[in-house]
Design a protein around this ligand. Structure first.
Ligand code: PBG
Length: 332
């Protein structure tokens, strides 16, 4: 391959996929000095009209991209980490996990409403059992009366239900809206203390063939070790619960809150920030009647195995608290 032969980036055709592939393409051009061309690939998840939960299997958005990688039709692909199955095919590697952006879920509601200001009986659209479980649990605990309504579709479709008046609000990921330049339509950012995001939410993965050593080395420059450790722990938790991407599981690894004696500006605060990671996990029934939510804090994992162990340990604790019974049907 000549120095200037373009790298082929396999991408889905959705607005979101094109936006995040375009952003990664720019970064890859910068670190490799090579041109990058986008190769559009249609996935089953893009064409199916069934609810994601009914399709059941994890990774419906991912399989076609991975097939193209395995056939050598493209050199690398960009995935939303939260859509990526936890099992990693041997022939492929996650060459880079760039810095995560906002992991929060958000509300787009009519009349600029905040979640807690939704009127009695408000219809809130989300196809995600994880979002349903946590929103319904919060509503129960705070005297709100909402009805979660299962929907699916791309961002345009989902926001469209609010614009048409069919729904009072829909729940989306901040990261997706950010990437397509529509973050200004958000009417409320949900605290992760209220709704834990999906494992990996807000993060991207750049995947390529395991034997493409030159490309792996070049892409390493785009990797953020803290984000990688965090999403590895989150996805390990998901895997250890034997749950799929459509299971009612939330997880987030981030910086722990500063412990009481440490104030911002205190030099010791920086030490704590650098060294510690908190992992939180939740699983619940979609009606929000039962939630198992646990958290653990420890040193930032320095190896893949340490990050995996952190997730497994929290999952084991959640299972002793009854998490398995809340998972519903297993993904096929
Ligand atoms: N479920 C689809 C999906 N996969 C990734 C994102 C964007 C956010 C991200 O990268 O985590 C979205 C949209 C959404 O949940 O609103």
């Amino acid at each position: 391959m000549s120095e200037q032969s373009p790298l082929r980036l396999g991408t889905r055709r959705s607005k979101l996929a094109m936006a995040q592939s375009g952003q990664v393409a720019d970064a890859v051009r910068r670190v490799t000095g090579r041109p990058v061309e986008l190769v559009e690939i249609t996935t089953y998840g893009d064409t199916s009209r069934e609810h994601l939960a009914q399709i059941g299997g994890t990774g419906v958005f991912v399989t076609a991209l991975r097939d193209a990688l395995l056939r050598g039709e493209v050199d690398f692909a960009v995935h939303s980490l939260k859509d990526l199955p936890t099992a990693q095919p041997e022939e492929l590697v996650l060459a880079a996990v760039p810095v995560r952006e906002d992991p929060r879920d958000v509300i787009v509601a009519r009349d600029a409403l905040k979640f807690t200001d939704l009127p009695r009986g408000a219809r809130v659209g989300t196809g995600s059992p994880r979002r349903m479980a946590q929103l319904n649990a919060y509503a129960r605990g705070h005297g709100l009366d909402i009805e979660t309504v299962p929907i699916r579709g791309n961002i345009d479709t989902r926001v469209g239900y609010v614009r048409s008046g069919e729904l009072d609000a829909v729940v989306l990921a901040a990261a997706g809206l950010n990437r397509i330049g529509r973050i200004d339509e958000v009417t409320d950012f949900l605290s992760v203390d209220t709704v834990l995001p999906a494992p990996g939410q807000g993060a991207l993965a750049i995947e390529c063939a395991a034997d493409n050593a030159d490309l792996i080395a070049a892409l390493a420059e785009l990797d953020d070790p803290f984000t990688r450790a965090a999403v590895t722990a989150e996805r390990s938790l998901l895997a250890a619960l034997e749950a799929g991407c459509s299971a009612p599981v939330g997880a987030l690894a981030d910086l722990p809150p500063l412990s009481a004696p440490l104030e911002r500006g205190d030099p010791h605060a920086d030490e704590q920030i650098v060294k510690e990671m908190r992992l939180r996990g939740v699983v619940g029934t979609p009606d929000g009647r039962t939630l198992v939510q646990l958290s653990t804090t420890g040193p930032v994992p320095e190896t893949h195995d340490q990050a995996m162990a952190l997730g497994r340990e929290l999952a084991a604790e959640m299972l002793t608290k009854g998490a398995a019974g809340l998972m519903g049907e297993r993904a096929h």
